[in-house]
Structures are given as C-alpha cells and as structure tokens.
Design a protein around this ligand. Structure first.
Ligand code: ADP
Length: 590
C-alpha cells in the first residue's frame, strides 16, 4: 500500500466535506461526551449505593439512588443512540456525495482513461474504497474520541477512589500491552490481506462478466472457474485468519481481566479488614476494569482501519481528481447545425505520443460525401474515427468541422452533430422504444416509428412480444445481432446528425437481414456526411470515395473502379476479402 498523499492532507480534504454538517457534528460530539460520562457514572453510583446506603441500611436513600441510577441509564440510552444516528447520517451523506462526484467524473473522463484503467478497478474504487472510508466516518473517528475519554475517565475515577487498588489492578498492564501489541501487528496484516483479496475477487468477477462470450465460445469456463476459485479461496483464507484473530483476542482479554479481577478482590478483600477500602469500591473497581477492555480493543485496531480508510480515500480522490484531458476551452464556440465538412490537416496521433498510430493524415471530406475507410487490421481506422469524434485530441496537426478546430468548439455541440454507430451496437437495458429514442429523448411516437420504418426495423419490432415496449435485456441477448444493428441505425437516424460515423459490423447475418441492413444504410447515409469503416462490398461500391489506410498513412484514395485499376493495396485487399463476397452478394466481407 504505497501512499502518495499524507493523512493530514486527506483528512483536511474530508474535513471540507464535513463542514456543511458541523452542527450535527457538534451535537454528535456533545451526545458522545454525555454518553461517556453516564457510562463512567454507573459503577460509581453502585459504590455509593453499597457503601453509603446498604451498609447503613438507609433504604429510602437506596431507593433514591437506584432511581438516579436508572435515570442515568435512560440518559445514556438517549444520547448514545442519538450520537450513533447523527454520526451515521453524516457518514452516509458524505458517502453519497463521494459516490456522486466519482460517477460524475466518470461521465466526463475521456476514452484514454478507460483504456488505461480496467473496469474492475474502477468499480472497486466506487464500491470497496468508499466502503472502507464509510466505516471510519460513520463510527470510527468518534468511537476513538469516546474510547480515549472513557479510558482516561476510568483511570481518574479509580485513582481518586483508591490509588493503591489502581496500582494493584495494573499488574495486568504488561500482559495486556503485550497481547495488544501482538494483536495489533497481526490484525493489521490480516485486515489488509482481506481487503486485498476482496479486490482480487471483484476484479476477477468483472473480467469474467465482461468476457463471458469469449470465455464460453472458447469453452474456457472451467479455467475461469478455477481462476475464480483461486482468488475466492484466498479471500476465504484471509478472512478465516482475521476471524480467528478477532475471536482469540477478546478471549485472551477475558483471561487477563480475570487475573485483574482476582488481584483486586484479593488485595481489596485484605484491605477491607483494615477498613482502608470499602466493599463498594471493590465492586466499582471490578466494573471499571471490565469497561476498560472494550475501548482498548477498538483503539488497538483503529490505526489499521484508519490506514485502510485513508488508502481508500486516496484512491477515491484520485478518481475524483482524474484529469479531464478532453475539456471545453473557456471560450469554446457553440457548433451550430453543421454543413458537415470535415478536414484533417497534417494530423498525427499516437496513444503514446512516442509511437504514432496515425501519421500526417490530410483528408478533406465535403458536406454530404460518403467516405469509406479500408485497410488491414491495425492500420488506424478506428483511431481515425475516434479522433473525428474527439475522443482523443491529435498529437499534432488539426481536425476541423466546417472550418472549426474541434478543440475550439463545445464538445456537447460537436457530439450533437455526430451520430456514431459502433461495430457492436450497445443497447441499454430498457424498452425498444427507449433504445431508439436514446439519441433524442423528446422524439414523438410517430418519429420513433418513422425512424424504425426507414431502416426496415419496424416489421420485426412489431413481431416482438410487446412490440416497441419489449424490454431489451442487458447486453441485448434477446435480440439477434442483425436486429441490434437495425435498432442502432434507427437510433442514429432519429438523432438526424449532420455527420455519421460508423464502424460497420463484421458479424455475419442472414441474407434477408443483410438486405435490410443494406437498404437501411442507404437511407441513413442520405443527405449527410459519412465516414465509414467499411466491411461490406456494397458500402465500398456506393461510397463517393474510398480511403486506404496502411500503417497510419493514407496510401491510396479514389473510387472503387479507380482503385482496382491502380492494382495497389486496395486491389490486393479486394482480391483477398471482397471478391468472394461478389460471388455471393449477400455474404459479408471483412
Ligand atoms: P484498425 O481499426 O485499423 O484495426 P486501430 O485504430 O484500432 O486499427 O489501431 C491502430 C493501432 O493503435 C494498433 O497498433 C493498436 O494496437 C493501437 N491502439 C488502438 N487502440 C489503442 C489504445 N486504446 N491504446 C493504445 N494503443 C491502441
């Protein structure tokens, strides 16, 4: 657990979040002090009852003091639950605020962040790390104050009642301190191990869920099971070690406390004969001794909890502070309804700036032009469309829409002009209608149906069990791949963007759906600028222009016929990929 930020800085920052709750916090601290005082008063009242009233057989006095005893306990009940409730309230509200800030930051972080952080670790920050902080905030810190007050109070009262007996009862101190020392050390490593192993379980789980299709298709379920079993059992073992420790310690304390009780009874008993110590004092001492141990136990593990919470807080703030590398400039312009001209001027880009993935690209796309990008895998096709959507900024050179540099316009106004259709359309859990209207929440029923009709999705949607109200499950597993594509087309059409950017799907669909998709695409491309990573022969044929990318450079451009005549890379790609499709027009190419 390497830490970069000091505890003081973290606490100060958490403190700023607590500030709005200062009144509740004050109330909570006052309640806590009253609770501690009433706790401390209990045994002393017993001593008075025994020494003053029982020995003198003053039963009226005894009844009164018992009433006082009950009153003290009622106050204790009221303040202790008030204190717990107030503190939990503050803690929970802080946690709510933290999670909200983390989520809102996640919405704004660029794809760079997501390609550098695995989702399991992001999820773990928002859940586990915040949880460990929650423990500290809701009970930890105030418990420590109360523990310290209690221990100090017990000492003072005991010393005030009988210094001798206090010294005698402290013969257990060396044993106790040794036990705490050993426990503290072991508990720390056991506790950290449980946290670490739990993070392992979360990460493995997230990976498996996301990769389930691949796992199942390669029948690697049993390996996954085994790998999960491994982290799961490590987590179990870590928790068992911790559980044993947490079970042994209190039991050990009991034994030591018995020794202490015996010492007090023995020495106190002898002293009563001399009249130096009263029976009430012995009873009160024994009570105080038992009250002494619980705070010691919590104090001894506090530091470990505190460290773990601070580590969690650090990771949490790291996410809240994660730099937003793609952000609007202060004077960013609003991109009005675009004409749809895109130009890349000497654009170079590398995910790591030392290794360029796109190299000096110059490309001008006229409004309403359809440009297909082809090229071997890894040529930089997806990277190019990522740049045009401004998911990343170019390392050098510029990208412009209607003459506006993308870095000078408001990101939201840019994204309103761009419709993005991914290779694997992502549908959200919700109805078909909601998924189509995702791009345009105010769309009327008519507009939704019209869009679905235009892309040829209406017919199959009508046949779904609840038509447009059919609920799409997470991952859209209840729809075929072709159906998912058509819905994503309808979504894009409804948004009616000036610029359509598309990564054509490579998955094969049946000939009928293929035909539907081809028609849908024609409708979708009408009257807008389009940049498509093409995998279909029909797409490249119908494109106004084809750009051939190879190793991050544009190596050829022209129409299908021109490029075939050139007998260059495109002609070779065509030979390898597209020819076969020409023989059977419905087949997909890639
Ligand atoms: P294509 O779409 O033509 O197959 P890509 O644009 O996906 O090619 O990838 C181009 C190059 O950039 C590849 O070498 C790939 O390894 C690299 N690359 C793609 N995405 C990332 C990323 N998020 N981080 C680092 N490198 C990446």
């Amino acid at each position: 657990m390497e830490r970069k930020v000091s505890d003081t800085l973290l606490l100060r920052r958490i403190g700023r979040y607590v500030l709005p709750f200062r009144n509740q916090l004050m109330m909570s601290i006052i309640s806590l002090l009253v609770t501690a005082a009433t706790n401390l008063a209990g045994p002393y009242v017993l001593k008075i009852a025994i020494d003053t009233y029982i020995t003198s057989q003053d039963f009226t006095g005894l009844a009164n003091i018992m009433l006082a005893y009950i009153a003290i306990n009622i106050v204790n009940f009221l303040t202790s639950h008030r204190q717990l409730y107030l503190m939990s309230g503050i803690g929970q509200r802080l946690i709510y605020k933290f999670r909200e800030e983390m989520f809102s930051r996640l919405q704004r972080l660029s794809l760079k962040f997501y390609s550098q952080n695995v989702s399991g670790s992001i999820v773990s920050r928002v859940t586990n790390d915040v949880d460990s902080l929650q423990e500290l905030l809701t009970s930890g810190i105030l418990t420590v104050i109360s523990d310290i007050v209690t221990i100090a109070g017990i000492f003072m009262i005991m010393a005030w009642m009988s210094l001798q007996l206090t010294l005698v009862s402290m013969i257990i101190a060396p044993m106790l301190l040794t036990l705490i020392y050993i426990f503290q050390k072991k508990a720390r490593s056991a506790y950290l191990a449980t946290k670490q192993k739990m993070a392992g379980v979360t990460a493995k789980l997230a990976e498996s869920i996301m990769g389930m299709r691949v796992i199942q298709s390669f029948t690697r379920e049993s390996d996954q099971q085994q790998a999960f079993g491994q982290v799961n059992i490590e987590n179990l073992q870590a928790n068992l070690v911790a559980a044993r420790l947490f079970a042994v310690f209190p039991a050990g304390v009991e034994v030591i406390s018995a020794v202490g009780t015996c010492a007090v009874l023995w020495y106190g008993g002898l002293q009563t004969a001399l009249g130096a110590i009263t029976i009430g004092t012995i009873v009160a001492f024994m009570s105080y001794l038992t009250m002494f141990f619980r705070p010691l136990l919590t104090l001894s593990i506090f530091y470990t909890n505190f460290q773990s919470a601070m580590a969690g807080a650090e990771r949490m703030f790291e996410l809240i502070d994660a730099p937003i590398d793609i952000a609007d400039k202060d004077d960013a312009a609003e991109l009005e309804r675009a004409r749809g001209e895109i130009s890349l001027e000497n654009t170079s880009f590398g995910y790591d700036p030392r290794y360029l993935v796109l190299n000096d690209i110059n490309l001008k796309i006229a409004p309403n032009e359809t440009v297909a990008i082809v090229g071997p895998t890894g040529a930089g096709k997806s990277t190019l469309i990522n740049l045009v959507c401004r998911f990343y900024d170019p390392t050098s050179g510029s990208i412009k829409v209607d003459g506006y540099d993308l870095r000078d316009v408001k990101l939201e106004s840019l994204h309103k002009q761009i419709g993005l259709v991914l290779q694997e359309p992502f549908l959200f859990a919700g109805s078909v209608r909601e998924n189509i209207a995702y791009s345009c929440l105010e769309a009327s029923e008519d507009e939704i149906v019209k869009a679905a009709k235009a892309v040829g999705a209406h017919d199959f949607i009508e046949r779904l069990p609840a038509s447009y109200d059919t609920i799409i499950r997470e991952g859209a597993t209840n729809l075929s791949i072709g159906q998912r594509q058509l819905i994503s087309f309808a979504r894009a059409l409804l948004a009616d963007p000036r610029i359509l950017i598309m990564d054509e799907a490579t998955s094969s669909v049946d000939p009928y759906t293929e035909l539907l998709i081809r028609h849908a695409l024609e409708n979708l491309l009408k009257n807008r600028t389009a940049l498509i990573i093409a995998h279909r022969l029909s797409t490249v044929r119908n494109a106004d222009r084809i750009i051939v990318l190879d190793q991050g450079r544009i190596v050829e451009e022209g129409t299908h016929d021109q490029l075939i005549a050139r007998k260059g890379l495109y002609a070779r790609l065509y030979q390898m990929q597209f020819r076969e499709a020409e023989a059977t027009p419905t087949q997909k190419v890639s």
